[in-house]
Design a protein around this ligand. Structure first.
Ligand SMILES: O=C(CO)[C@@H](O)[C@H](O)COP(=O)(O)O
Length: 273
């Protein structure tokens, strides 16, 4: 199943209630909490998440890009928050934190940045309801999808199947109708999209288009990932080269030649709009 979670990082914060209404057809809303320490950007904290919970019926998917989630994450397990995601790189004890979140009645989710390997997460996979594989460096919207993260998605999906556990696999960063099928074919089923939804006049239409793009990938079954990589290579839309390593090409978002997305970041946050 394909689930689309628009990221409100690309919404108009001054008109957030209106912009939440525009994504009513989504499967959830992705709420990025950033502290300007763990990532070089600042958004908002718990009071805003509490208000969002009051004005939307969508399941709320909180993504904490903050230091010390062991202290702060449990506070986000409020009514109507469906999942709380904390970063593997920031936590002192991922298993204890996941158990605490579950005990408070929310789903526990762990995120890994592009430079983080899956090993540690895989070792304790049954402790998590969802794993978020970041497909850009966290911090800013509007960066290019890092196709070279797909082996991580495949490894996580493979391990979940081997263990027979239900695991949601989320990807976040550069998700568009072109890149979503790549992640879906790798085993992802929850897709965060900011600019691909809010960067258009009709977010509802974009949600439908993304869902359709993912459905195609599932319908086809094991589609040929290499063929997709080859097809997108050189289009400047994904930062993926023919070998799927992400080594080629620059794009409109200013992603560097290594496809790291680093050049697409903007400490002023001006890329979000
Ligand atoms: O967490 C983040 C960025 O750190 C994301 O949720 C972005 O908001 C995704 O934006 P797009 O890449 O889809 O524009």
């Amino acid at each position: 199943m394909v689930r689309i979670h628009p990221s409100i990082l690309s919404a108009d914060f001054v008109n957030l209630e209106r912009d939440l209404g525009r994504i009513a057809s989504a499967d959830g809303v992705h709420v990025d909490v950033m502290d300007a320490h763990f990532v070089p950007n600042l958004t908002f904290g718990l009071p805003m998440v509490q208000r969002i919970a009051e004005v939307t019926d969508l399941p709320i998917d909180v993504h904490l890009m903050i230091d010390d989630p062991d202290t702060w994450a449990p506070q986000y397990a409020i009514d109507r928050v469906d999942s709380v995601t904390f970063h593997a790189e920031a936590t002192r004890d991922a298993v204890a934190l996941a158990r605490e979140l579950r005990a408070r009645g929310t789903r526990a989710s762990i995120a890994i940045k592009p430079g983080t390997l899956v090993d540690e997460v895989i070792e304790h996979l049954a402790e998590f309801d969802m794993v978020l594989v970041m497909t850009v460096e966290p911090g800013f919207g509007g960066q290019s999808f890092m196709g070279e993260m797909m082996p991580k998605v495949e490894a996580l999906r493979g391990k979940a199947e081997q263990l027979g556990i239900e695991l949601a696999l989320q990807v976040d960063g550069g998700i568009t109708a072109d890149t979503l099928p790549i992640a879906a074919a790798s085993g992802a089923d929850v897709f965060v999209a900011g600019s691909a939804v809010y960067g258009h006049s009709s977010p509802a239409e974009r949600i439908t288009a993304l869902r359709d793009a993912g459905r195609g990938a599932f319908d086809t079954g094991r589609i040929d990932l290499r063929a997709i990589h080859r097809g997108l290579a050189g289009t400047g839309t994904t930062g993926i080269d023919a070998a799927g390593t992400g080594a080629a090409g620059t794009d409109a978002a200013g992603t560097d030649a290594a496809g790291t997305g680093a050049a697409g970041t903007d400490p002023t946050g001006s890329l979000e709009t």
